[in-house]
Ligand binder design. Structure first.
Ligand code: SIN
Ligand code: FE2
Length: 217
């Protein structure tokens, strides 16, 4: 009996990787929720399709995006911000499918952040070669709230740095079902995604999908 328990604990430990104080990778944490996440994603994109937003400088972003929840993250010539209205439809963003906040609440708690209630979910879709440059998430009101990022579909390399752009950057391989949580002392750490390599995964074909859940307001 005790042998079994010990093995279980060791398994859980091996699946949790501490990247920095306040930053944890939960390997495979979302794997069991894959089907409900997929159903939720389909319902969101039926109402708010993926689109390539424009940066304040006027360039089309390589990563296609959409949102669900009370607030959506948007970029256009006027800048980066959260808005309750989808600029493409003129309507509120679709509600967050139940499976999303349920999963990320558990993930945040596993990483030591209790009572996380997200009000914004950014959905990123990476095609082959798409990348996300190093940046900080700082359009939210309360940096006391963590960020929970769910990787789905084809694998990628997530970059996780420190609070300065020029600092040391970890290369973290992320696969379908992996969940990254960062908050507290890591809340403003730089992060990004290396160009996604050509691959195929049953979840979304050649795409990598990322759900980023935050408390925006
Ligand atoms: C983000 O930083 O907004 C998304 C990161 C990711 O796609 O893993
Ligand atoms: Fe980010």
């Amino acid at each position: 009996m005790t042998g079994d328990l010990f093995e279980l604990d060791a398994g859980i430990e091996a699946r949790q990787q501490h990247l920095a104080p306040g930053a944890v990778l939960l390997r495979g944490f979302a794997g069991a929720a894959s089907h409900s996440l997929s159903d939720g994603l389909q319902s969101v994109i039926a109402e708010a399709p993926f689109r390539h937003m424009v940066t304040p400088g006027g360039l089309s972003m390589a990563v296609a995006m959409t949102n669900c929840g009370d607030y959506g993250w948007i970029s256009d010539r006027a800048g980066y911000r959260y808005d309750a209205i989808d600029p493409e439809s003129g309507r509120p963003w679709p509600p967050m499918p139940e499976a999303f906040p349920r999963l990320v609440r558990e993930a945040a708690a596993a990483a030591g952040f209790n009572e996380f209630v997200p009000d914004a979910c950014l959905i990123n879709r990476y095609g082959t070669g798409a990348k996300l440059s190093l940046h900080q998430d700082k359009d939210e009101r309360d940096f006391g709230q963590p960020i929970v990022s769910v990787s789905l579909g084809v694998p990628a390399t997530f970059l996780f740095g420190g609070t300065k752009r020029a600092g040391r950057t970890l290369r973290v391989p992320v696969q379908h079902g992996d969940v990254l949580v960062w908050g507290g002392p890591a809340r403003l750490n730089y992060h990004g995604v290396l160009p996604v390599k050509a691959a195929h995964h049953p979840f979304a074909g050649t795409h990598r999908i990322n759900l980023t859940l935050r408390r925006a307001a």
